[in-house]
Write a protein of this length. Structure first.
Length: 177
């Protein structure tokens, strides 16, 4: 089970040129089961018309074994901080031990039968709007830092919201309170 951070999003955006291929290549061999989750930082820059609802960011790690039909899933709080106009997310310290335990359990499955084990790692956030109508061409950027010693790597660079959200999802954004 190799890490493909935001793989569904990346596949959707490949055609629009917003995904940075060099970052995907750098992450190709990274395993979410072996990496220390304390070292991952995601930087999200949203347009002025949109905000990510504070406290809504979550990391979700899921795995399933085809041979036994066993399934494990964990949802972990991502703490946020603001830096230079962007929001940084990292796994909350209180959730690190639980995430590491889930990594270990899934890694044991992977060791026993790598062909039977599949999984995913994703990030979920809730957004709200600050204006009546959010422009479809407003952009989002996402950068990843794999360890604290490395620089941020761009994953999405100025991706239009319309390439991430459907028209109905864009219009369904609730006003920020």
């Amino acid at each position: 089970m190799k890490l493909e951070i935001l793989s569904g999003l990346c596949l959707c955006l490949i055609g629009c040129g917003s995904v940075v291929p060099s970052t995907l290549m750098a992450m190709r061999g990274l395993s979410p089961l072996e990496a220390d989750p304390a070292g991952f930082v995601t930087r999200v820059t949203v347009p002025d018309q949109v905000r990510i609802v504070p406290g809504s960011a979550r990391l979700i790690l899921q795995a399933e074994r085809a041979d036994t039909k066993a399934r494990r899933e964990g949802t972990f709080v991502l703490d946020e901080t603001l830096a230079d106009g962007a929001t940084l997310y990292r796994v909350a310290p209180r959730d690190l031990a639980r995430l590491r335990a889930l990594q270990s359990e899934i890694n044991a499955w992977e060791t026993l039968d790598p062909e039977a084990t599949t999984g995913s790692l994703s990030v979920s956030v809730t957004a709200c709007r600050l204006v009546e109508i959010v422009p479809r061409d407003a952009t989002v950027s996402v950068d990843l830092q794999l360890t604290e010693a490395e620089p941020f790597l761009p994953l999405l660079s100025n991706a239009p919201l319309a390439s991430i959200l459907t028209d109905s999802e864009l219009t369904a954004l609730v006003p920020c309170t």
